[in-house]
Design a protein around this ligand. Sequence first.
Ligand code: AMP
Length: 441
Amino acid sequence: MTFSTLGLSDPLLQAVEELGYTKPTAIQEQTIPTILAGRDLLAASQTGTGKTASFILPVLQKLTGERKRRAKRLRALVLVPTRELAIQVENTIHQYGKYLSLRSMVMVGGVDAAPQKQGLIDGLDILVATPGRLLDMAHQRALYFDELEVLILDEADRMLDMGFIGDINKIIERLPTQRQNLLFSATLSDEIRLLAKTAINDPIEISINATNATAPKISQWLITVDKDSKSALLSHLIKENQWTQALIFIRTKHGAAKLVSQLEKRGIKAEAIHSGRSQAVRTQLLADFKSGNISLLVATGIAARGIDIDDLDRVVNYDLPDDDDDYIHRIGRTGRAGAIGEAVSLVSRDDFKRLCAIERRLNQLIERRIIDGFIAAKEVPVSVLNHVGKKPEKKVAIATQKKQASKKNDRAKSSGHKKSSRGPEIEKANPWSQWFEKNKK
Ligand code: AMP
């Protein structure tokens, strides 16, 4: 399959060719003809699969028509959870649309609203926005939705996790009923399906399995290590392996700042990106990291989604994420669209439950490597793929329990397991456990 057989126009084909894409990814093959045909779409897919191009390319094509822009109006709206993702999506619009004369803009909170209002005055073809600021602007009558043709909800699950559902519903209420709707989400949970019911109309459903999409391209391995030796181990890995690029995920802002100074003390230069830094600094850091001016970037969860850096060599989980979906998102920063990447995790004893959840999600054990001088005193057991976590404590809200249950169901469905995750399960043969027994001291 080629891009031209998908029905894309010459200006888009030329832009795609210049970017070096030789053929469409799996999601692009499915979504591009669907969107060009004017159908609504409900797509389960992750970043790293070519998802952004899968909606931007056909939407650009649809907007290249006779219709003119009008003041304070927009023709397509992309709603995204974070400022970083908004900036990246708009960058791709510039890349793919370089031979078209369409106008686009980013509208996010945390920065001065005046230039954004100014940018709306002549009207836009595509607006990429976070829900809060968009709603604010609509209240101020800085923009109107009556010319809107296409609504795209990108990383919809993340928007719900971040509590945007109220804003999203208020935005949807303001939109014309005649429009095309495209919803992208990492998982199709009950909440997402509920949102889909209100937002979209008889959609075509597409599912690109994240594990399958990422697994062959990413070399994943871990080192078990005591918590207080993590920064020494990381320094060792950076120096020994001469890592020239790594995106390092860490749990807290404070931890990020501390790690940067610990690395510095060992002669390693790194920068931290987290919600405590201003938007201008974050944007600059990302640009410097992308261009190679910064080789090591320590990031908290806010940076986990949506960072689109071509050919990122590796991600490091200095801390494992609480949510196994986040692990998939993180490793999705690397090994993107054909490139081989590396995902390294530093796992201490208190990460064990998180490790179990991640390995269950991957349905595989992550390779364990041993580094001399960093053998964990507090051993991390080898997880069992069918590990069943403790029952949720009573104080956990019912809503959270429901959410977890529906997540598990989604996973069970996507991995083809029909059995309840709490049902009786048989322990599977565990090759890594044998390997580990042989190799540990
Ligand atoms: P996304 O899933 O949108 O985050 O895209 C992941 C990466 O894949 C981005 O860096 C894109 O530039 C790249 N990409 C998208 N489509 C293709 C393609 N057909 N061939 C090669 N790379 C692609």
